[in-house]
Design a protein. Structure first.
Length: 151
């Protein structure tokens, strides 16, 4: 238990006498989670260095044709990877001849096609997002209505 002492206008808290100070309880981090803090600081350092690199590098290096080609292709590649990893793939059961298509995966693919078509047609991002959410829910409802079940 800590003791409170009142000296003039300040209140000081004195730690208990049996408190041992080491590198872990200084930051109030349990010893088994110390690597998480180290990993967070490492990620912050890498992020800082990637933001700092274009400022430090000379302009002639930043205008290299190969770097410009990567800069042009990277957004589409990142969006493709995000879309593919967000789809809910289902592992087919062993000794099964089915494709392993779940109703959720079918609805997601159909909604993705609707979003692509609506964006290509109207070029409105907000409209395409709303159409995608509505079509995903509509396709899930329709597939459930007709009785499409997982294999």
């Amino acid at each position: 238990m800590s003791k409170l002492s009142d000296s003039s206008n300040y209140v000081t808290v004195q730690p208990p006498k049996n408190l041992s100070i080491n590198r872990y309880n200084i930051m109030n981090i349990p010893p088994d989670n110390f690597y998480l803090v180290a990993a967070t600081f490492a990620m912050a350092l890498v992020t800082f260095l990637t933001r700092l690199t274009p400022i430090i590098l000379p302009k002639r290096l930043l205008d290299a044709p190969s770097l410009l080609a990567v800069n042009k292709a990277l957004p589409l590649s990142v969006m493709t990877l995000l879309i593919l990893t967000s789809l809910h793939w289902q592992q087919p059961k062993p000794m099964s001849m089915s494709l392993g298509l779940s109703p959720l995966l079918v609805a997601e693919i159909l909604a993705l096609l609707v979003v692509l078509l609506s964006y290509h047609w109207k070029k409105q991002l907000l409209l395409s997002m709303l159409v995608g959410i509505a079509s995903l829910n509509g396709f899930l409802w329709g597939l459930n209505l007709i009785g499409f079940q997982s294999p």
